[in-house]
Structures are given as C-alpha cells and as structure tokens.
Ligand binder design. Structure first.
Ligand SMILES: C[S@@+](CC[C@H](N)C(=O)[O-])C[C@H]1O[C@@H](n2cnc3c(N)ncnc32)[C@H](O)[C@@H]1O
Length: 221
C-alpha cells in the first residue's frame, strides 16, 4: 500500500505572556473581539491588505486609517496584542479591519486565490538561535502559500533587524521565480517606506542600536 505524504504545517509558536491578561484584556477578547473576527466566506469588492504578526497593532491601525476604502485583515496569536488592537479599533471607530486571532498558516488556507493586494510583515520573529531557525515564518513553504493568495503585481513589505534572517529572506525570495525584489537601490532597504509606521518592536530595535532593513517584493507572475 502506498504511504500518503503527510504535510507538516509549521507550528505557531505562541509567545508566553509574561503577565496574565488583565480583566479588561479578557473582556476585550471575550466580548468585543467577536464583531471584528475574520469570516471565512466573506465577499468584498474592496482591495484587501493583510498584516501578518501585527503585534500590538500600531501599523494595522495606521493602515486602517489611511486606507478607509480597503479591507485590512490582521493576523496575530499574541493575546495582549489582539486585545490592544480591538481596543484601538473601537477608539478610532474603524470599520475596515478584521482580525484572525490564530496561526497565519490556517488563515492562508482560508483566503481565496489571487485575492490579496498587499502583505505586511513587520519584524517577523527572528529566532536568532540556529536550533530555532526552523520556527521562522519566512521559508520556501511560506512563500508558496503567499504566492497563491497574492494577486499578480501584489506587493509584500517585510522588515527585520536580523542580518541572518535578512539573508534567508532574500535567498528564499530569489529562489522563488514568481517574486521580484523591487527596491530600486540597495540603500532603500535602510529607509522605512512611508506607508509603514514605527512599530513597538522597531522602537526596541532602535533603542538597542540594531540596524533595520525594509524589503519590498512584487509577485510578477
Ligand atoms: C517580533 S513580533 C513583531 C510584532 C509587530 N509586527 C511589531 O513590529 O511590533 C512578531 C509577531 O508575530 C507573531 N507571530 C509569530 N508567528 C505567528 C503565526 N504563525 N501566526 C500569527 N502571528 C504570528 C508573534 O506573536 C509576534 O507578535
């Protein structure tokens, strides 16, 4: 009998919350999150942007405010971050954001083919120890997944403060013929694109004196 090949999905490495959730955070997740949840068979004529691993959601809120006519989907597994985003969506009365509070790989299976205009990944976890490299989100497998959901000419914005991860990201994109690195000059990767704002992680990276890199890729076929 033929053995079926089992595809192992990368796990979502849920961060340990240092402090337990406050009562307010628990309420936000239990009651308020519901109305912003991503629904699998949604239909929209709007352009769709996706932010993966939005952390505390600063950039996502900014995208929501600046792109009122687009739909912004945010994916994150870190509960305090999700609670913070829910709070900010309500304070800013934004109607164009929805949240997928689970592993991005399960979201990528639910999104329609060629449906996403732009993907944002600000400082995906660098996992600096060699033994943890396999936990990194950006891999050959991941690129195959985003290739499916991204429209032709769709863009991917990625930032990182890890030189080792930067190399891996560039290699993985170079190896996938459907994507092109489109920064016009190499020095562009030292400047944050105007549409991105400084996230919480970036502030910490700046304080540590780390170099930050901003990459832009296009799906060309
Ligand atoms: C280093 S933090 C950066 C957060 C934010 N983008 C920023 O710049 O402040 C990476 C984030 O990705 C999230 N993350 C990691 N793996 C994920 C996955 N498989 N699905 C969804 N989110 C994930 C983590 O929970 C974490 O909040």
């Amino acid at each position: 009998m033929k053995k079926s090949k089992k595809i192992l999905l990368p796990l979502s490495y849920k961060k340990k919350t240092r402090r337990p959730l406050s009562e307010k955070q628990k309420r936000l997740l239990r009651f308020n999150l519901q109305k912003f949840l991503f629904k699998k068979n949604f239909s929209t004529k709007k352009k769709i942007f996706l932010e993966i691993g939005f952390g505390y959601g600063e950039n996502l809120i900014n995208l929501g405010k600046k792109n009122i006519d687009e739909l912004i989907i945010g994916c994150e597994v870190y509960e305090p971050g999700i609670a913070n985003l829910v709070k900010k969506i309500e304070i800013n009365n934004l109607k164009n954001i929805c949240i997928y509070p689970k592993n991005t790989f399960s979201l990528l299976e639910k999104l329609k083919k060629n449906s996403i205009e732009k993907i944002f990944m600000l400082y995906p976890d660098p996992w600096p120890k060699k033994k943890h490299f396999k936990r990194r989100l950006i891999s050959k497998f991941f690129l195959e997944k985003i290739d499916k959901i991204l429209k032709k000419n769709g863009l991917i914005f990625i930032s990182t403060d890890s030189e080792n991860y930067l190399n891996t990201i560039l290699i993985e994109f170079f190896l996938n013929r459907n994507f092109l690195w489109i920064d016009k000059k190499i020095t562009n990767c030292y400047e944050r694109p105007e549409k991105l704002i400084e996230s919480k992680y970036e502030k910490k990276a700046t304080m540590k004196g780390n170099k930050k890199y901003f990459l832009k890729f296009k799906k060309i076929c």
